[in-house]
Each structure stands twice: as structure tokens, then as C-alpha cells.
Design a protein around this ligand. Structure first.
Ligand SMILES: Cc1cc2nc3c(=O)[nH]c(=O)nc-3n(C[C@H](O)[C@H](O)[C@H](O)COP(=O)(O)OP(=O)(O)OC[C@H]3O[C@@H](n4cnc5c(N)ncnc54)[C@H](O)[C@@H]3O)c2cc1C
Ligand code: SF4
Length: 801
């Protein structure tokens, strides 16, 4: 078997190798990587930095893939020499490896402009997983971060650092952010969106020096001003790694020169990815590299035929939650007719550049929903003269499928992972894929930045036979509407009672499925100001108790934050004795459960207990688990107990789409498991991380980072925004972990903590109105004789002082 040596274990090299493995003849493959990880998705490093994904989540091919294909993977070895005559490569460990065929896939390296002080502790690049981990170790609350470079990488770094709680300033040499992707006008839109999110942007300035002793303390700018900084990220550009190409005697310009068959000037040496140059272009995005890999796999295995003729330069990105799409030649110039649309209030900017009646280039900021249509026009070179009026505003299509049907099979749908329309269509036809989550699992499409999600859904809608039913699941036969549609109907028709809705829109008297769902929606929509019909609720809600399998009930008094008092414990013990409660149990959520209670004793028991109900029977707030925090724990950085109690007090007694479990911990040791709760507050030195969508039940999911804030009140407010948003947007019986996954944390952030103030105020107002009307069913109509007393703890204000 011939020996194939691959230098570089990155995205282009391994995507190409995946194709090579599908062909014969087989090679004995050795892969060298100077990184120490298996092949991972570099595009998603931004998501790792932003706390949305773990390193494990971005692995493309795990160790088992290399084993399965007998690939000899040598990580941590840098190839330092190539002898093209002897056909060997030499590693920095001194080892010499012979090859019959050599594949160079070394990618690029960050470019560092000539700035004094780049060697100081606290200066970072943003290219590898190790860079990302180092940044995460350094970034924290109130860390002052300066990002040098306002291109794609710089803005991605800025976003991640900002989510980690840093105060971020982006310094960019040009007058426009991402000037390679957007024109000055688009740049203004992009800048204002990014500044809205709290990132400071300085344009038209260079960094002249990094200040500080051994460690960074600031940067000096070309206008003479200085910025204080605890860390600096240099994202000023990349340079193809061509050194080995030169050593092998290959033709090298900016990159290693390849022809349309992806051959270099040596018949036994091939190259792919960012280290190459094709037709004088060095690509820096993944989509072209995947196309190159397919062609090269055919060439290298002797199945010569497909050629690589270049890729329309297109970038579809989600920069800090802002959709940006740019493709082709969009610059103004002779013979170019620009077509523009701007809506400053919505933050939407679109520009098309036409040449000879054909689309030459496009820029979309703030709304990239139509990007595939423009991409298709660019690829096909279609004459658009007859469609001039509809270029920016296409007529509504009777069938969403018509639009995507026009896309070429080879068109890339998911740029992050390199999934084409053809792959998606095959997955639908051959693997029976019908839902977005099945599509994600089968093809990995839409698992990256999420900007292709709607396109994937359009494809599913057009091709998958059962898609419509899956996604637009109607409530039940009695109410044949999807939930979002039903919410619209209830709102616009101002319907306030379950019976009314069923009479007007239902088929029959309603059932166990639609009545509780309707009850919830009405309660949520009208902030409690609706006609409550207890008989429409679930049985547990009707009797306000958890009915156990033997017909008895369980009673769980609310013990906020798990903190109780001797008096409360005495009352609980007295109740247990008086009513012969067969079991008293401490639950996994720091509560006390009286099990085996007779239904008829419930009113008397609750009156004797004189404690608020823990509402363990309803779809609502269950509990807030807390650790001891600053008061008693030597590691505590925040008063998790006080904050947890306050969190529970604010959210209790409100109905939610499904149960909500929460926790607050005083430090990242996470003793009360906040990172696997629906909402978790994790204390940090100088602030809090607010995490959402975690679970540790039937599903296990690490919560996503919503935001990092400085004060306890800000943490409670962020949690409140998410809580109300979940109440209003999730489907009934959808847990937060499914909801956050379905919406994507970027969207959740954008519509809660990073939403315009008017939107946040709306969420806060509706929450407050609902809370004002919420009642404890067991205390209704009477004042508690023993208002809850707590062990004295630090008041919130003191924690934030
Ligand atoms: C943070 C970040 C975000 C990005 N976001 C996007 C995006 O949204 N959309 C998009 O299209 N693209 C994006 N990109 C670009 C994309 O990741 C690259 O285009 C792609 O990874 C290039 O693939 P490659 O295989 O050519 O190089 P790489 O993935 O860099 O792989 C090359 C590998 O070879 C190793 N290597 C180099 N020299 C040697 C040697 N001598 N010996 C052994 N090993 C060696 C390198 O360490 C590296 O592991 C992003 C990049 C980064 C860093
Ligand atoms: S999470 Fe931290 S503060 Fe809380 S008990 Fe554990 S170690 Fe202490």
C-alpha cells in the first residue's frame, strides 16, 4: 500500500482525507499535527470563547475515526522539513517519515503587525483551541480587553470576550469594520449594532505599542491616545503557511500554487486549504476549502476528472448575533449599478451590485434570509433585467420550496461545517430525516453559527414529507393550530377564557391536552388577568397537590433557597405527627416532602403548616437550590444563599411552560449544580455568570451562558428577562433545555439581555403584572400567621457594595 503523509490535521486536510477514504486505491495514512487535539471545527472556536460550546462539542472526527480508518495520527509533532527528492518529511522530534504522496494542509498563521511589546504576557492570537483556552483563562469580570482588528476574527473575539464579561474595545485600522465584506454604509450598520451590544469601536486608528512591564497594562494608539487593557487579542489578518512548500521546491506566491486539479508543481505533492493559492486567490473561509478537498481527493486517488475552478467569494456570518452576508464584487465603479435598501430602525441594510443586468455582488446586514437566492444568481449569472422590481423584495412564494428548489445541488448551505444542498437532500431521502434536529444529527448542518437554520428548514419543508407536521405540531384534534398561531389568535381576538376559545375555534369540548395548554397560554398572555377555569388545568393543579401512585398526596412546603428555621421545622414535625404522615423525606432539591398524605387532610395540613406551597405539582417554579456561599464557605465569592432566596421569591407562584428548576452557587465549584439547571447563577470574582437551559434529568445538558454581569441585582434581572421570554416564547410543555436548543442561545441573548431597552422593559412589565396577580393557592384569602423567617443573612445591597 502506498504511503500518504498529511501535514496538518485541520478542517481542509481532514475534509479532503474523508473523501480520499471513499475512493480506492487505499493508502497507509499518517497525519501530522503540531496541535495536540483531534480534528476540530475551527469556525466554532468563537462559540467556545462565548461559552456556547465546549471543546468536545466542536470535534469533527474523534480518535475512533482515526482508529477505524487505520490512520496513524501524530499529534504535537511539527513537520520542519520536506525532502522532495528523497520523498521524506522530518518532524521537530527528529523523526523522518517517508511518503509516496504528500498532502500539505498547513492552513494559515495569525499575522502580527510590527507593534512594540507583542511579547508581553496578556497578548493573544485567536486561531487555535489552545489560544481560545488561554483567552478563557484570562478573561473574566471587568477584564479590560482590546482587540486589534475589526475583521471577522476580531469581531468574533470581541463577542466571545464580551459574553465572558470583559469590557471590550475593538481598534481597527480602516474606517469601516469588516471592510472586505461590507461597504462603508453596511459598516455603519454593523458598527451601530455592535456598539448597541456594548462593545466599544475605534476606527481609523492603529496600535503603535503594547504598554506594560512583563504583563500588558494597555495599548498606545496612532492618535497618541492610550487605552488601559488587561489582555490584548491580535486579529490583524492571516498569512498562508507556505514554508514547507518552499523547502520542497514548489512554486509559491502568497500561497502554494495549485492548478484546477489541485496539483502543485511536484507530481507527488498536493496541497489544499488556506495554505494554497488558486488563480492568484488565497481563500480564508471554509466553503472553498471543502470544494477544493473534493477535487483533490479525486485527483490524488487517480480518479482525475473533477476540476476546481474557484469559488464565488461569499461569507455568511453571524457577527455578535448580527447576520452578515457578503458575496461577489459589490464595490461601486464604472458599469456597476447599485440597488440599495436601508432601514435604520430595524438595522437592516441591503446592497446589490448589478453589471450588465446580472448580479455581480451583494451585501446584507441585519437580515440575510434571502442570501441563497442571491448566491444562486451569482453562480448562474442569470439575466435579472426582467426582475428588476423584485430584486430586493421578491413576491411571496406560494410554496417556500420553489425558492430553494432553484439552488444548485452543490451549493453550500451550512458554511461552518461545509454541508451542501445535495447532502441535505440525500439525508432526507436516504436517512428519512424529517426534523431539524435529525438533520443536525445526520449531517451536522446548522450546528455552527445557526445562520443557515432557516435555509435548512426551507429545504426540509420543501423536500421532507413529514416536516410540516413535525415542526408546526398542532395542539390536538380539538384545536388544530400550531402554538404560535394560536397565541396570535388569542391576542388579536382578545379571548380570555378556555371555554370561549373552544367554542369559537375548537372541534368539541376540549381534552386533557388542549385545555391545560390553553389555560397556560391565557394566563401568560393576559398576565394573569384572564378567566381562570380550574377544571381546565391538570389534575394536580386542580387539587393543588401531587397525586402519588397510591392515590395519596405529597406536601412540599416552600423552603426558599433551602433555608429554613427551627420554628418551621417544628411545625413540619408537628404536622407529620398529627396527620400520621408515613414518610418525611429530604428531596434532591433541598426541600422537605411529606409523603402519603390523605387528600382530605390537605387543607388542614396547609393551614397548620402556614408555609407557602412549594408547588411541586405544577408547571411552574420548583425551587432554587443554593450552596452556602460567602457566609460560611471559604471559597465563596458571592452570597449565593441571599441571591437564591431572592430569585425564588421573585419567580415563585408563576406558571411556566414546564417546570423550572434553578440554583445559585457562590463560586465555579458549583456545589449546587447550577450549570445543569433551567436557570443558574454562578458566582465569580466580581460578578455572576447567568446560565440557562441546563438539565440533569432524563436529558443531561450543560446550560448555555446567557451573560456575565457585575452585580447580584443585574444577575437577577438577566434571569428575569430570560424567565419571562421563556414563558412567552416556548411551546407548552417544552423544557428550557429544548427551548434554548431550538432557538439557539444567540437568538435568546439577542432577544433578552441584548435586546433594545424598550423590548427588555416590555418583558419586565409583563413579568411584574403577572407576578402582581400570582397567588399561593393554599394561602388564598388569608394572611399567613407565621410570615417566613430566615436565618439572618447579608442583605443583597451589602453583597453588591
Ligand atoms: C476563530 C475563527 C473563526 C472562524 N470563523 C469562520 C467562519 O465563520 N466562516 C468561515 O468560513 N471560516 C471561518 N474561519 C476560517 C476557517 O476556520 C479556516 O478557513 C479553516 O479552518 C482553514 O482550514 P485549513 O485546514 O486550511 O487550516 P487549519 O484549520 O488552520 O488547519 C491547519 C493545521 O495544520 C497545522 N500545521 C501547520 N503547520 C504545520 C506543520 N508544519 N506541521 C504540523 N502541523 C502543522 C496547524 O496547526 C493546523 O492545526 C474562522 C477561523 C477562526 C480561527
Ligand atoms: S459553590 Fe463555591 S461557594 Fe458554594 S459551597 Fe461550593 S465551594 Fe463554596
Amino acid at each position: 500500500m502506498k504511503a500518504l503523509v498529511v501535514v496538518g490535521n485541520g478542517m481542509a486536510g481532514m475534509a479532503c482525507l474523508e473523501h480520499i477514504l471513499k475512493y480506492s486505491p487505499r493508502f497507509a495514512v499518517t497525519v501530522f499535527s503540531d496541535e495536540t487535539h483531534v480534528n476540530y471545527n475551527r469556525v466554532l472556536l468563537s462559540s467556545v470563547l462565548a461559552g456556547e460550546k465546549d471543546a468536545d462539542d466542536i470535534v469533527i472526527n474523534g480518535l475512533e475515526w482515526y482508529q477505524k480508518h487505520d490512520i496513524d495520527l501524530r499529534v504535537g509533532v511539527r513537520i520542519v522539513d520536506v525532502d522532495a527528492r528523497a520523498k521524506t518529511v522530518t518532524g521537530n522530534d527528529g523523526h523522518v517519515t517517508p511518503y509516496d504522496t504528500l498532502l500539505l494542509a498547513m492552513g494559515s498563521s495569525p499575522w502580527f503587525p510590527p507593534i512594540a511589546g507583542l511579547d508581553k504576557d496578556g497578548v493573544f492570537a485567536f486561531r487555535t483551541l489552545d489560544d481560545t483556552r488561554a483567552l478563557l483563562r484570562r478573561a473574566g469580570r471587568q477584564t479590560r480587553a482590546v482587540v486589534i482588528g475589526g475583521g471577522l476574527l476580531g469581531l468574533e473575539a470581541a463577542r466571545g470576550l464580551q459574553v465572558q464579561g470583559c469590557h471590550v474595545t475593538v481598534v481597527h485600522l480602516m474606517d469601516t469594520l469588516m471592510e472586505r465584506q461590507v461597504d462603508p454604509c453596511g459598516g455603519v450598520y454593523l458598527r451601530s449594532k455592535i456598539e448597541e451590544l456594548g462593545v466599544n469601536v475605534l476606527l481609523g486608528r492603529t496600535t503603535t505599542a503594547i504598554l506594560g512591564g512583563e504583563t500588558v497594562t494597555g495599548v498606545e494608539l496612532s492618535d497618541g491616545s492610550t487605552l488601559e487593557a488587561d489582555l490584548v487579542v491580535v486579529a490583524a489578518g492571516i498569512r498562508p503557511n507556505v514554508e514547507l512548500g518552499r523547502k520542497a521546491g514548489l512554486t509559491v506566491n502568497r500561497g502554494i500554487v495549485v492548478n484546477d486539479l489541485m496539483e502543485t508543481s511536484d507530481p507527488d505533492i498536493f496541497a489544499v486549504g488556506e495554505c494554497t493559492e488558486h488563480n492568484e486567490i488565497c481563500y480564508g473561509l471554509v466553503a472553498p476549502l471543502f470544494e477544493q478537498g473534493k477535487v483533490l481527493a479525486a485527483t490524488i486517488t487517480g480518479n482525475t476528472g473533477p476540476t476546481y475552478t474557484g469559488t464565488v467569494q461569499a461569507a455568511k456570518l453571524k457577527i455578535m448575533g448580527v447576520d452578515v452576508f457578503s458575496a461577489g464584487e459589490w464595490a461601486d465603479g464604472t458599469g456597476v449599478e447599485p440597488v440599495r435598501y436601508e432601514d435604520p430602525a430595524l438595522g437592516v441594510y441591503k446592497k446589490l451590485a448589478l453589471r450588465d443586468g446580472k448580479l455581480a455582488g451583494v451585501i446584507l446586514v441585519g437580515d440575510a434570509g434571502d442570501s441563497h437566492r442571491y448566491m444562486e444568481w451569482l453562480r448562474s449569472g442569470a439575466d435579472l433585467t426582467a426582475q428588476r422590481r423584485q430584486l430586493l423584495f421578491p413576491p411571496p412564494s406560494a410554496d417556500a420550496g420553489l425558492d430553494v428548489a432553484e439552488m444548485a445541488e452543490s451549493a453550500t448551505v451550512c458554511g461552518c461545517v461545509g454541508v451542501t444542498k445535495g447532502t441535505i437532500i440525500r439525508a432526507i431521502h436516504e436517512n428519512g430525516v424529517n426534523t431539524l434536529s435529525q438533520l443536525k444529527e445526520t449531517t451536522r448542518a446548522s450546528t455552527g453559527c445557526g445562520s443557515c437554520t432557516s435555509l435548512c428548514q426551507d429545504l426540509l419543508r420543501a423536500v421532507a414529507p413529514e416536516f410540516e407536521e413535525e415542526v408546526k405540531k398542532v395542539i390536538c384534534g380539538c384545536l388544530p393550530f400550531a402554538e404560535d398561531r394560536l397565541r396570535e389568535i388569542l391576542r388579536s381576538a382578545r379571548l380570555k377564557s378556555v371555554q370561549e376559545v373552544l367554542e369559537i375555534y375548537g372541534n368539541g369540548p376540549g381534552c386533557e391536552v388542549c385545555k391545560p395548554a390553553l389555560s397556560y397560554m391565557l394566563d401568560m398572555l393576559w398576565c394573569g388577568d384572564h378567566d381562570e377555569d380550574r377544571s381546565a388545568r391538570f389534575i394536580n393543579d386542580r387539587v393543588h397537590a401531587n397525586i402519588q401512585k397510591d392515590g395519596t398526596c405529597s406536601v412540599i412546603p416552600r423552603i426558599r433557597g433551602g433555608v429554613t428555621s427551627a420554628a418551621e421545622l417544628r411545625r413540619i414535625a408537628d404536622v407529620a405527627d398529627k396527620y400520621h404522615v408515613p414518610m418525611v423525606k429530604i428531596t434532591g432539591s433541598q426541600r422537605i416532602d411529606l409523603l402519603g398524605v390523605k387528600k382530605e387532610d390537605l387543607p388542614k395540613i396547609w393551614a397548620d403548616l402556614d408555609m407557602p406551597s412549594g408547588q411541586a405539582y405544577t408547571k411552574g417554579v420548583r425551587m432554587v437550590k443554593t450552596c452556602v456561599g460567602t457566609d460560611f464557605c471559604r471559597f465563596g465569592t458571592q452570597d449565593s444563599t441571599a441571591v437564591g432566596i431572592e430569585l425564588e421569591r421573585r419567580f415563585e407562584q408563576l406558571f411556566t411552560p414546564h417546570k423550572v428548576k434553578m440554583a445559585a452557587v457562590g463560586c465555579p465549584r458549583n456545589c449546587a449544580e447550577a450549570t445543569v439547571k433551567d436557570i443558574g447563577l454562578v458566582g465569580q470574582e466580581g460578578g455572576w455568570q447567568v446560565v440557562v437551559g441546563g438539565a440533569a434529568g432524563k436529558s443531561v445538558r450543560k446550560a448555555d451562558l446567557l451573560t456575565t454581569v457585575e452585580t447580584s441585582e443585574a444577575a437577577l434581572e438577566a434571569a428575569e428577562l430570560f424567565f419571562q421570554y421563556y414563558r412567552e416564547s416556548a411551546n407548552y410543555l417544552e423544557r428550557t433545555y429544548d427551548f434554548v436548543e431550538r432557538f439557539g442561545i444567540e437568538k435568546v441573548r439577542k432577544e433578552t439581555v441584548y435586546a433594545p431597552e424598550i423590548v427588555r422593559q416590555g418583558l419586565r412589565d409583563r413579568f411584574a403584572r403577572s407576578k402582581a396577580r400570582a397567588v399561593d393557592p393554599w394561602l388564598e384569602g388569608r394572611e399567613p400567621k407565621h410570615p417566613t423567617q430566615f436565618i439572618p443573612i447579608q442583605p443583597l445591597e451589602k453583597v453588591n457594595a
